[in-house]
Ligand binder design. Structure first.
Ligand SMILES: Cc1cc2nc3c(=O)[nH]c(=O)nc-3n(C[C@H](O)[C@H](O)[C@H](O)COP(=O)(O)OP(=O)(O)OC[C@H]3O[C@@H](n4cnc5c(N)ncnc54)[C@H](O)[C@@H]3O)c2cc1C
Length: 409
């Protein structure tokens, strides 16, 4: 039986561990935290996952929250150019519903499931020195440790990386007691993206958290601007009050919905920011052993397009397929590189989409404008979140974009 070590119990590491376990592999999972610590810890993300990624989880029997999580069918977009004025306001329909399960709930449950099914879990914050000693004991070591210290084992890929500093300052509050959107029919559940030109984005996602259904409020601020107001890391209540004050000024239609909302729990807030980066997939340890980087370790994008957990899910699927296809052959450097490149066929479009939306060129701004009156354009743009590879055919280049818009006008 092939022995595989996976470091990091997040979306990618746990999904790979659980799916390899189903195929009879001997998996050891090293996690910095116990399931209980994950469940009782701080929120980590907004983790909106779209239909394509959810269908991968479902194919492995891993989507355990379909009965309780809000099923989001549409993605709305509002744009304000003048402070507080809503210039664009439209929504596109997704091919299948999206879902957001608080990673505290999901990862804690998946970790317990892996253990209940006989998986070995070692609770330990792994260092490079640990890996140096451990990697030789396994047929393959996968580093799925997100944006933690271990990324330093993997060199930046300068050709595939655009950013040298964080593109946005991030802050998140999980709240409840939020009324439905007044303009939407009763029962509709939608993600809403509010773009404030020159300031940043506010994204609102109905989700499922430790206390049940919730609204996830996410502010993404252009560095140095008004939404970049949390670097002093205020306490949870003060953070939420600042979110409300910013809403009142910049997005009054959202303020009306959120004004009476309350934090779901004392750990339902998050503040941060990181530099988006693509890294080389093979890390070499001082002992000469090599390890394979996974998901955020190797492709970390800004969360503005909500792709990271979706990407982590896809990465876990590509790596699963690569490991199964390898049979008993060695997991050597060439295999690692090829396995990553298979994943990059998808991840490249995620990276391109995200970087484009962080600084939308004129033709993309035109798309957002046309979507106001053309439902086909609104739906196709929304569909790009579900499957960014579809954008390759029409979205990124001005000529292709014009051709597409002409074809649907
Ligand atoms: C504010 C914000 C909003 C986001 N919104 C979305 C969204 O709406 N949709 C979406 O798809 N994505 C979103 N993302 C991104 C998404 O959360 C991540 O891309 C995704 O979780 C990455 O999965 P992963 O498996 O690579 O890493 P992670 O999920 O980060 O898991 C890594 C795990 O490794 C553990 N670990 C780290 N170092 C060590 C170590 N040395 N030893 C042992 N364990 C270690 C960590 O504790 C963690 O459990 C968002 C991110 C942020 C910050």
């Amino acid at each position: 039986m092939r022995k595989i070590l996976i470091v990091g119990s997040g979306q990618s590491g746990l999904q790979l561990a659980l799916t390899l376990q189903q195929h009879g592999y001997d998996i050891t999972m090293m996690s910095a935290r116990t399931a209980e610590e994950i469940r009782g810890g701080r929120v980590m993300s907004t983790q909106c996952m779209f239909d394509k990624a959810l269908s991968i989880e479902r194919s492995h029997g891993l989507n355990l929250w379909d009965d309780v999580a809000p099923a989001m069918t549409h993605q709305g977009l509002s744009l304000s150019v003048e402070r507080g004025e809503r210039a664009l306001n439209w929504l596109g329909e997704w091919p299948g519903p999206a879902q957001s399960i608080d990673q505290r709930v999901k990862m804690a449950t998946w970790l317990e499931l892996f253990e209940q099914r006989g998986g070995r879990v070692v609770i330990h914050g792994v260092t490079t020195a640990d890996l140096n000693a451990l990697a030789g004991m396994y047929d393959l070591t996968v580093v799925a440790a997100g944006k933690g210290e271990l990324v330093q084992l993997f060199d930046r890929d300068d050709e595939r990386s655009v950013h040298t500093r964080p593109a946005r300052a991030l802050s998140v509050s999980y709240v409840d007691r939020v009324p439905k959107r007044p303009e939407r029919p009763e029962g509709s559940v939608d993600v809403w993206v509010n773009i404030v030109a020159g300031v940043g984005e506010n994204i609102n996602i109905p989700g499922y958290t430790v206390t049940g259904e919730c609204e996830i409020f996410y502010l993404s601020g252009i560095p140095g601007g008004p939404f970049d107001a949390f670097s002093d890391r205020p306490g949870p209540e003060e953070q939420w009050q600042r979110h409300l004050r910013l809403l009142e000024t910049y997005l009054p239609w959202e303020y009306e919905r959120y004004r009476d909302a309350k934090l779901t729990d004392a750990r339902g807030t998050l503040v941060g920011g990181y530099t988006p980066m693509v890294r080389r997939p093979v890390g070499e340890l001082p002992s000469g052993h090599i390890v394979l980087g996974m998901a955020d370790v190797v492709v970390a994008n800004d969360p503005v397009t909500g792709q990271g957990a979706n990407n982590a899910c896809r990465c876990a699927q590509y790596y699963l397929e690569g490991i199964l296809a390898r049979g008993n052959e060695p997991f050597d450097r060439e295999w690692m590189q090829q396995t990553f490149e298979a994943y990059w066929t998808h991840a490249q479009w995620v990276t391109k989409f995200t970087n484009t939306m962080l600084d939308p060129p004129e033709h993309v701004q035109a798309v957002l404008g046309v979507a106001q009156t053309n439902q086909a354009v609104a739906d196709r743009f929304a569909g790009g979140f579900n499957d960014p590879s579809d954008l390759a055919d029409w979205f990124f280049e001005p000529e292709k974009c014009q051709q597409y818009l002409a074809s649907v006008s």
